[in-house]
Design a protein around this ligand. Sequence first.
Ligand code: PLP
Length: 350
Amino acid sequence: MDGFSTRALHADASLSESPDVAPPISVSSTFVDGTGRRYRRSSHSTTERLEAVLGSLDGGHATAYASGMAAASGVFDVVQPRKVSLPEDVYHGVRDLVWDRSDRGMLEVVAPEDLTRGDLWWIETPSNPKCLITDLEDVAARTSGTGIVTVCDATFATPVLMQPLTFGIDVVMHSMTKFIAGHSDALGGVLVTRDESLAARLTSTRSITGAVPGSLDAWLALRGVRTLELRVLRASSSARDIARWFVDRDVHTWHPGLDSHDGHEIASRQMSGYGSMMSIDLESAEAADRFVSRLSVFTNATSLGGVESLAEHRLRSDPHIEPGLVRLSIGIEDVTDLITDLDQALSLPQ
Ligand code: PLP
């Protein structure tokens, strides 16, 4: 089973416990003693099937969590780094998690050069919201043999477009809430690593902290991942057209598929496509607000990675961002309808 979508559909087949073609949603919180399972916080069939698929797609052992942030916290709980390095642009929730631990004296935020054994280098590529690119091969080369743990949040790329473990990164993380579940109806997160003992520690700590996904969320993520490749390829192709359309209108646009993007060359090397996320700068908070409120095919909402296109005036989520920045998550609608919608919102008098 080599093909990506074949694995997305069948990598969990050997874990099937029933004749059902569609995996059942196991909702029981407890199990009859002596049957191999005891309590859902420690072991759950729907979650294990999801982990089998996600492990196969990223090439390691997967541990699924209740949300992307629960997955991020899971890494910090297990690695317990004294020093952490964060990228220049990073999902604000992860930045808040690190700043909170730093405020409580649990760790220190430092430059990558100051990390040593047992510390953690957090990477996010492409980053949220500016789609900045980190060179994974370079990070892996700089940390090889040092005992520094490298973690890559690859939520924007998905395993369809980039597999960080193949470049030597220790752990890949995804918010499953986004592209993996893919329909804006589930929360989840996952960590994947080739290191079996690290994977075992992540799983046992997750049982202790209780950060496990709920039954329905695990099932929705499993259903979503079956069509991940189709959705991601379609949305990424539309996103590239839309990014070029914005550039033709002189709108400052961050998208790694653009030749003008700083990380374009590295993205071309480490990704098989550029993804469906982009941000534009409309230069003022007022212009950004007006723009998102005029859209009708795009929904004015936070989050990303669902089948429907979303637009968000990012200042509403992150007070540290450029005031005019609008983040777009391109969905799978017809690209001509998306461009028509963007055009009418941009063309009306500011
Ligand atoms: N990482 C990235 C890049 C994200 O965009 C998000 C959420 O937007 C997260 C992590 C956190 O995921 P969740 O909302 O599932 O906790």
